[in-house]
Design a protein around this ligand. Structure first.
Ligand SMILES: C[S@@+](CC[C@H](N)C(=O)[O-])C[C@H]1O[C@@H](n2cnc3c(N)ncnc32)[C@H](O)[C@@H]1O
Length: 306
């Protein structure tokens, strides 16, 4: 069959499924099999696939019809203009998470950070998308005096960390980031001296931890529930178990170190705004709390300084 015939046939099948973009998905899958960009698919409708190509295409189309996310089929996802390898062990980076990178960058550009050592920790690093994007920006924007920033990515999943390290190498920032395995801040707390936190005057904590409540998780679309790691999404009944544990650890860390400034950037689910405000106030009564909306105008990031 040629590209045009396959596209027509696939789009008809994909149209019957919910939450799928038939034309785009079929083009991406065909491009993947032919190792060509999407534009090639559009310009060469007459291109005749070989029999093995056609068989491989039909197999991956079947996976998509079964709701497997495109990113897992292609094994990659773009985030903040960079390319990341993703597997079933990592969450697929979401566009709304790019605002975490933007906000942290904005704060790093603040002149107080330029004059001192700053430790930047991405907790629940997954594919490494957040910390790698920051490392790239630090490098490209000389004004940040890259040598003053120490970067860490932490995850409880060794398999996710393997992917994060691969992505750091692929994006040429492997020597700028240390990846650690452990429960939230535990690897840092256990080795405070080793990570030179006493010499470090300030810390930026960025976290896109699991934050779905039991109810929201049960209602998510099959692409997510069937394929993405549950351990990367669900966090107790109200979705805030991970953040509460993290706040306890930050309290402990602040007690043991002499840092005078900790800035936190945390991705949340829009309906958690009030509950997380209460939780932050419980652990850090003097914290100055702000929230940022995402492009869909939904509350997405909690920002506070302690
Ligand atoms: C929502 S995903 C975010 C992944 C990535 N940062 C992103 O933005 O796409 C949450 C990540 O937190 C990790 N995680 C879950 N529990 C954790 C814990 N107790 N300590 C450290 N990481 C944890 C998961 O393995 C997962 O990679």
């Amino acid at each position: 069959m040629n590209i045009n015939q396959l596209l027509i046939e696939s789009i008809e099948k994909l149209k019957k499924k919910k939450n799928i973009t038939p034309q785009l998905d079929a083009e991406l899958l065909l491009g993947f099999i032919l190792k060509k960009p999407r534009e090639y698919i559009l310009i060469h409708p007459e291109y005749q696939l070989t029999k093995p190509q056609e068989i491989r295409y039909k197999k991956i189309l079947e996976r998509r019809l079964n709701h497997e996310p495109i990113a897992y089929i292609l094994g990659q996802k773009e985030f903040y203009g960079l390319n990341f390898k993703v597997t079933k062990d990592t969450l697929i980076p979401r566009p709304e998470t790019e605002s975490l990178v933007e906000l942290a960058l904005c704060s790093m550009k603040h002149e107080t950070y330029n004059k001192k050592n700053t430790t930047i920790i991405d907790i629940g690093t997954g594919s490494g998308n957040i910390i790698i994007s920051l490392a790239k920006k630090i490098e490209s924007e000389n004004l940040l005096h890259a040598s003053c920033f120490m970067l860490y990515g932490i995850d409880i999943s060794q398999k996710a960390l393997t992917i994060a390290k691969h992505n750091a190498k692929k994006n040429n920032v492997a020597d700028r980031i240390k990846f650690l395995k452990g429960n939230l801040l535990e690897p840092i707390i256990k080795n405070v001296n080793c990570y030179m936190l006493h010499a470090s005057c300030s810390m930026i904590i960025i976290a896109n931890l699991p934050y779905l409540s039991k109810k929201i998780y049960s209602e998510t679309m099959p692409d997510v529930k069937k394929f993405e790691p549950r351990s990367a999404l669900l966090s107790g009944i109200d979705g805030l178990d991970h953040y509460e544990k993290l706040f306890q650890q930050i309290t402990l860390l602040k007690k043991n170190c002499f840092m005078f400034q900790v800035s936190c950037f945390m991705e949340i689910s829009p309906e958690q705004k009030q509950k997380i405000t209460k939780l932050i106030k419980k652990y850090f009564p003097k914290a100055n709390i702000e929230f940022q909306k995402d492009l869909a105008q939904k509350w997405r990031v909690a920002i506070f300084e302690i």
